[in-house]
Design a protein around this ligand. Structure first.
Ligand code: ATP
Length: 254
């Protein structure tokens, strides 16, 4: 299996001396092409810090992050924006859509920046919007559509350029259960049908149960790992909840 992402002994420390926080403390992990992986853990366990180091938003204190064999911690700041644009897709809780642009323009933004042909962009936007069930709101502005539609728009924008890796931070965090199910089913079908590699941080066992593998962090270290295998989603969700209980109860994980 092809390794898309290899993290070797990653460390991210904040502060020093008495107030040293080891937010990520020696994490080693591989993500394979076409994997759908969730990272869970109690509040403060290091999930966002780990994601930020992978997404090049934050730079680690030590260790390596290889994306397609390239150490992304060594990319110069001048090159970073281009690297992110070409290789990564971001789905965040706050959508980060631009209110001055229509849904169609928001989705196609990365391709416009990459100076792709207008006709090609329009066709790609149409296809992806249809896939995510938002083709009927393409001409609207973000403030004219629902939260679930906004999140699917953000998702379309994240994947339209076929990134090497899709990173999601609490993608269902602000959605009702119906929209959450829709979004996770969409990500799952992108993963299964387009072989998209997806890494998501979540505190929600139901959201995590859509994934093939769940990693649990505790105090910046990998505490446990679960594989879905042939289990049905409900059984997998129950297993996830068992580990959460081991970590100190569900309240601790939110
Ligand atoms: N900029 C920072 N400066 C100092 N400490 C930080 C900083 N960012 C995070 N931390 C600390 O690092 C640890 C891990 O934080 P992180 O945000 O990665 O946790 P998390 O698992 O994502 O938590 P949550 O689920 O609450 O979002 C915490 O102890 C946090 O207080």
């Amino acid at each position: 299996m092809e390794r898309i992402l290899e993290i070797k002994n990653l460390e991210k420390y904040y502060g020093s001396g008495e107030i040293l926080t080891k937010a990520v403390d020696g994490v080693t992990l591989s993500v394979f092409k076409g994997e759908f992986l969730a990272i869970m853990g109690a509040s403060g366990s290091g999930k966002t810090t780990l994601l930020n180091c992978i997404s090049t938003i934050d730079s680690p204190t030590g260790g390596e992050v290889l994306l397609n064999k390239r150490d992304i911690t060594k990319i110069s700041s001048g090159e970073l924006a281009k690297f992110r644009r070409e290789n990564l897709g971001f789905v965040f809780q706050e959508y980060n859509l631009l209110d001055a642009l229509t849904v169609e323009e928001n989705i196609g933004l990365a391709l416009v920046i990459n100076r792709e042909n207008k006709g090609v962009i329009a066709q790609k936007v149409k296809e992806i919007a249809y896939l995510l069930g938002i083709d009927d709101v393409l001409k609207k502005f973000p403030y004219e559509i629902s939260g679930g539609q906004r999140q699917r728009c953000a998702c379309a924008r994240a994947i339209i350029h076929n990134p090497t890796l899709i990173l999601a931070d609490e993608p269902t965090g602000s959605l009702d259960s119906y929209s959450s199910r829709q979004l996770m089913s969409t990500l799952k079908s992108l993963n299964e049908n387009n072989r998209a590699t997806i890494l998501t941080v979540t505190h929600d066992p139901k959201t995590a149960s859509y994934c093939q593998r769940v990693l649990f962090l505790k105090d910046g270290k990998i505490f446990n790992e679960l594989f879905r295998g042939e289990k049905n989603q409900m059984k997998f969700q129950l297993e996830i909840m068992d580990i959460i209980a081991l970590l100190g109860g569900e309240d601790n994980v939110v």
